[in-house]
Write a protein that binds this ligand. Structure first.
Ligand code: SF4
Length: 404
């Protein structure tokens, strides 16, 4: 039975058509090669190629649920216009499939001409897995159309923490990307009452915040640097005296922990150990799916491979972090999909910390090779299948040559 709040027409726990959409979901996203690998301890061999798949990769529980709700919404409301506020998840193939099903995007790279203003009470609006800002949600609820909220529970858990921070007079320090949909949604919940926030992207930025907490040095430079990453009216002199740590769910967990520790030390140095409990809070809000995928590539790195293929959208934060972990050890190629591998000689990939795809040559050396494979939480298994099959094809092999 679908869970619906009849007054607001808000669906948060599915639309009662779970069984009906399983077959189309399987057809669009399942991977035969991946299923074969899962049954064989994530190892596949063909000719002199060995593929070692990470033990956790691909669709996470939040993405599974979001995509399922989108399919349920299409099936439940065949005659209605259905919109989504932006990308449902960061994967071009999945967003493309929703587009083909007639779901229209209100913003982002797939955005259509339709805007919030043109939506009527007869329409259906999907909220993506990373959620929307509190302000956008308020506008949509007031309009009174049918809302299907696919926001992941792990994201809502972060919101709960920053909401508490705001209520208790703590400034949220969010380890995340200030332009990312999830972080934008999170910080919108950090400003309740008189709450404030600052977003730090990495350890270097947390060093700057830590230094400011300790010295209050060069306020102008500090504010210039963080101008796009702080709440309106943020004052580093008064708003960094009580801080609460949170993170975008898909960040590198080891870095989030380092950032929390760095800022904890700054608070101790500035206010003394005795004040710490009253002035510093920290929750690890990396979601379990992100953690499991990161742990699985660490395990793969320990085992050793000749090269790594990391598959996922270039704007996918969790995919980028998987690539970051692997690139410290092996030649690593973050590719959007199988077509990024032009040939056995030429590959297009996104290097770490670069915004654009670049070309690399001689990426697939001849002879025996052990290739590591992983995929971000928004990458369907079918895309992993395609990558493995294309590599096989470069060696004149097919999936029928694969053994465990
Ligand atoms: S990566 Fe984590 S927070 Fe994001 S949708 Fe998946 S399970 Fe939810």
């Amino acid at each position: 039975m679908a869970n619906i709040d009849t007054e607001s027409r808000l669906y948060r726990k599915g639309l009662g058509l779970r069984a009906e959409v399983q077959e189309p979901l399987r057809k669009d996203y399942a991977g035969l090669v991946v299923d074969f690998a899962r049954e064989r301890n994530f190892k596949l061999v063909a000719g002199d190629l060995t593929f070692r798949l990470a033990k956790e990769f691909g669709f996470c529980y939040g993405v599974d649920r979001a995509v399922e709700y989108a399919y349920e919404a299409r099936a439940r409301f065949p005659g209605k216009r259905i919109f989504i506020t932006g990308e449902i998840i960061h994967n071009p193939y999945v967003n493309g499939r929703l587009s083909e099903m007639g779901i229209q995007f209100l913003d982002g790279p797939y955005g259509t001409d339709e805007k919030f203003a043109s939506i009527t009470t007869d329409d259906v609006v999907l909220l993506p897995a990373f959620g929307v800002s509190a302000g956008e949600l308020e506008i949509l609820r007031k309009k009174g159309m049918i809302l299907v909220d696919t926001t992941c529970g792990s994201v809502m858990n972060v919101w709960k923490n920053v909401d508490h921070y705001a209520r208790d007079g703590f400034t949220s320090v969010v380890h995340g990307k200030s332009g990312h949909e999830e972080t934008k949604a999170t910080v919108s919940r950090a400003t309740k009452g008189n709450g404030h926030y600052i977003v730090v992207h990495d350890l270097n930025e947390s060093e700057m915040v830590g230094d400011y907490i300790e010295t209050s040095h060069d306020r102008t430079r500090f504010m210039e640097f963080f101008s796009d990453a702080v709440s309106p009216g943020f004052d580093p002199d008064s708003h960094l005296t009580h801080i609460g740590l949170a993170n975008q769910t898909t960040m590198l967990s080891s870095e989030s922990l380092e950032i929390a520790e760095r800022l904890r030390q700054s608070m101790v140095r500035r206010f003394g150990e005795s004040e710490l409990e009253a002035r510093f809070r920290s929750f690890d809000t990396i979601c379990s799916a992100t953690q499991e995928r990161q742990d699985a590539v660490v395990e793969l790195c320990e085992e050793g491979v000749d090269l790594m293929l990391v598959i996922g959208g270039y704007n996918s934060s969790n995919t980028a972090h998987l690539a970051e972990i692997c690139s410290e050890k092996f030649p690593t190629f973050h590719i959007a999909d199988s077509l990024s591998m032009e040939s056995a000689v030429l590959i297009r990939h996104k290097p770490l910390h670069e915004q654009k795809e670049v070309e690399a040559t001689d990426w697939l050396p001849e002879g025996a090779l052990k290739i590591g494979v992983t995929a971000g939480a928004s990458t369907p298994d079918v895309k992993v299948d395609e990558v493995i099959e294309r590599v096989l094809a470069f060696r004149g092999l097919t999936r029928h040559d694969l053994t465990g």
